[in-house]
Write a protein that binds this ligand. Structure first.
Ligand SMILES: Cc1cc2nc3c(=O)[nH]c(=O)nc-3n(C[C@H](O)[C@H](O)[C@H](O)COP(=O)(O)OP(=O)(O)OC[C@H]3O[C@@H](n4cnc5c(N)ncnc54)[C@H](O)[C@@H]3O)c2cc1C
Length: 417
């Protein structure tokens, strides 16, 4: 059996290793388009801070790791899939045949469609190449304008602040992290970062960038800002161009079933490129975080070997450290129609908790400043645990969610009732 894996990020690497573990004699080819050894984008902020070198971002540390596992590593780009002939055409290497194919090509950052976006000094923060370019300019005192205050934008913020730049963040939503945080939580994060010297402009778009040194950035609010560096962190799109004209169905990403199989039986997908069913709603969802990419990759590898595991869906789950303020959101954090919710806010201590219920089940939560025990929130949601009269107690005292978890996930325990 010949397995071809397109994409050598965390999903591709874990899939290849899982295949090898369970199929010692199969042929495994791992194709990646970047010129680096397989690495983790998640580690880029640590590299920008200087906590690790480039090698610290590599997913596997020894140079002969893949050869030792008899996994063939190919640096090339998939240009076109022929799902009838079961071949992928590579940019340089030509046609590559497979018996089973895994699409793990991840996504790429979207650059806002505005004049000047390709000017020198405007970068995304997605690849090691991007990180090298940013590190050259983001020096102490440099003026940096970041477009977007989403999940990745907030993660990058920490490394930029640590480099001592003067940072302005421009977000078109009404608050920071609008797709992950409630209005109160987004406002709290904003107050926190402003208190650490970051300028935040919300409800604003970048209209135009005038090339030069410095770059001149025109905002939709009429404001004109100067910067030595602009970082576009305005969302991502899956890498699916090579699937055009094939039977592989693509929506928000490559559509997979609960065993990671696509609409073509011998083709599978995992990671940031894959669109799965959201855990709570069953709606199409791309959960672009590394732990999910890796879980899906393991499941996909087993399915490629004919041993599918059924997934219960991708739980929306984010943990974010914004300049030292840790926030989390789970599931349907914005609430559900006809559901009930409660918020507990401690502005002074930067603590926040929001719980969202459907009947007597917790379906979503948002937390700030709670670093311990948030796993209990995940457990309550993912276990679809019936809270009974604990729901009313939590509406009164949301901070008792750990007690609720212990009491309700072990129904025979009366200790905390
Ligand atoms: C700065 C930054 C910080 C992050 N921090 C976190 C974090 O704290 N927590 C978290 O959970 N997630 C974080 N993420 C997201 C995380 O990195 C992704 O969820 C993860 O990388 C997904 O893994 P993947 O293997 O699906 O895709 P990727 O890591 O994107 O790997 C896909 C690979 O496929 C290659 N490829 C693309 N197209 C082709 C093609 N046509 N042919 C061949 N190869 C191709 C790409 O070059 C790439 O090497 C961060 C991302 C960034 C950019």
């Amino acid at each position: 059996m010949k397995h071809v894996i397109l994409g050598n990020g965390p999903a591709g690497v874990v899939a290849a290793e899982t295949l090898r573990r369970h199929a010692p004699r199969d042929e495994i080819v791992l194709v990646g388009s970047e010129r680096e050894p397989p690495y983790s984008r998640m580690a880029i902020p640590y590299m920008l801070i200087g906590r690790i070198g480039e090698e610290g971002t590599y997913l596997r540390k020894s140079a002969d790791h893949f050869a030792g596992l008899d996994i063939q590593l190919v640096q090339d780009r998939a240009m076109q899939l022929d799902d009838a002939a079961r071949t992928v055409t590579l940019e340089r290497g030509g046609p590559l045949a497979y018996d089973r194919l895994l699409i793990a090509t991840g996504s790429h950052p979207i650059k806002p469609d505005v004049p000047g976006i390709d000017a020198p000094g405007v970068h995304t923060c997605w690849t090691l190449d991007d990180a090298r370019a940013i590190a050259r300019v983001a020096r102490k005192g440099a003026r940096v304008l970041q477009i977007g205050a989403g999940f990745i934008g907030c993660i990058i913020m920490e490394s930029l602040a640590e480099r001592g730049v003067q940072l302005t963040v421009v977000e078109m939503g009404d608050r920071m992290v609008p797709r992950m945080m409630t209005p109160r939580a987004g406002a709290m994060i904003r107050r926190w970062v402003e208190g650490r010297g970051v300028k935040v402009v919300t409800r604003a778009k970048v209209d135009r960038i005038v090339p030069g040194t410095p770059l001149k950035v025109h905002l939709s609010t009429g404001e004109l800002l100067e910067a030595e560096l602009v970082i576009a962190s305005a969302g991502v799109r899956p890498n699916v161009e090579f699937l055009q004209g094939t039977r592989v169905r693509v929506g928000l990403g490559v559509q997979i079933d609960d065993t990671m199989r696509t609409s073509v039986p011998e083709v599978f997908a995992a990671g940031d490129v894959a669109e799965a069913a959201e855990f709570g709603t069953g709606k199409p969802f791309v959960n672009a975080i590394q732990p999910d990419a890796v879980d899906q990759a393991r499941a996909a590898a087993l399915a490629m070997l004919g041993r599918p595991l059924k997934s219960t869906g991708a739980l929306a789950f984010n943990v974010l450290d914004t300049l030292g303020l840790v926030s989390t959101s789970f599931g349907q954090w914005g609430g559900v129609p006809g559901g009930q919710g409660v918020e507990e806010v401690d502005d002074e201590r930067y603590r926040y908790l929001s719980l969202q219920f459907e009947r007597d089940t917790l379906v979503g939560a948002t937390a700030i400043g709670l670093t311990q025990h948030v796993g209990a929130l995940r457990g309550l949601i993912q276990g679809r645990i019936r809270l009974g009269d604990w729901k009313d107690r939590l509406l009164e005292q949301p901070g008792r969610f750990v007690d609720a978890y212990i009491a309700c996930s072990q129904p025979h325990s009366l200790a905390l009732r």
